[in-house]
Design a protein around this ligand. Structure first.
Ligand code: OOG
Ligand code: MG
Length: 261
């Protein structure tokens, strides 16, 4: 493949210039990536952000629910990293000039009280290590034209990570039935998507366990204090100028983000 550093620089430039670029698989036949190559590009993207003063504050799963896999045309789960500069407050209004073509998706979020290091992590271990669960909205913003990508392309692009917001409501992980947590996604008050926690691998705690076990293969783990997005429950909805997107979860309450007109 073309070296990881130059592919990372290409993606970081797209992000900085707020300009979508052709996907790596489409544009550069010499850059055909394996999944391992793609995670090496992702590592280089995140390392560049950290070198620039940003900080890793968590991790995210992607393409876990059938709804997301069908929406994006990729049917294998992926993971990426969340940084401090991606955080938004609940209700915050975003200036769309900072992003390319953002979409929003509802997620169940785990905030860890303990490190989670695989292999062999189970959903029960995830619940034991979790301080609380809360409602989340992820703003994804693929750096690729038309949100069109292969599995390897989207991994290289840190799985489209751009922003995320957490709701104020919190629950102890064993006080709620995560698979049964209903979620309603509204845009400007109108229902656009609905789901339950079971959309993510039957139980979002299973998805977080899978992530910890995936990371173990690369000598990495999830750290206490981190925020873990367990994967979009529904297809994403566009964050158009002047719109408000709100997710309401049973037992967890609401979280919303807005886009300035
Ligand atoms: C990739 C990111 C997937 C999720 O929750 O499924 C993701 C994308 O859809 O652009 O974050
Ligand atoms: Mg997501």
């Amino acid at each position: 493949m073309t070296d990881a550093a130059s592919l990372a620089a290409h993606l970081l430039a797209a992000e900085a210039d707020r300009r979508a670029v052709g996907s790596i698989s489409h544009d550069d036949a010499s850059a055909l990536l394996t999944v391992d190559d793609a995670y090496a590009v992702q590592d280089a993207v995140v390392a560049a952000k950290v070198a620039d003063g940003d900080r890793v504050v968590g991790a995210k799963l992607g393409l876990v629910s059938k709804a997301k896999q069908q929406a994006m045309g990729v049917d294998e789960p992926v993971y990426g990293w969340l940084t401090e500069r991606m955080t938004m407050a609940h209700g915050e209004s975003l200036d769309l000039g900072w992003l390319i073509h953002p979409r929003v998706e509802p997620e169940i979020v785990f905030v860890l009280a303990e490190d989670l290091a695989g292999p062999g992590i189970t959903a029960g271990d995830v619940l034991d290590a979790t301080a609380h669960v809360c409602a989340g909205l992820e703003v994804i913003d693929s750096r690729y034209v038309g949100f069109t990508f292969t599995l390897e392309d989207v991994i290289a692009d840190n799985t489209s990570a751009a922003r995320f917001a957490l709701g104020d409501g919190r629950a102890a992980p064993r006080d709620v039935e995560l698979p049964l947590l209903g979620c309603v996604l509204r845009r400007d008050g109108e229902v656009v998507e609905t789901a339950a926690g079971a959309a993510v691998m039957g139980d979002p705690a299973e998805a977080v366990a899978m992530l910890a076990n995936f990371l173990a293969r690369r000598g990495q783990w999830l750290e206490r204090g981190w925020t873990i997005l367990s994967g979009g429950l529904t297809a994403p909805t566009a964050l158009a100028p002047g719109t408000d997107v709100t997710a309401t979860f049973h037992s967890l309450g609401t979280v919303s983000v807005r886009a300035n007109p």
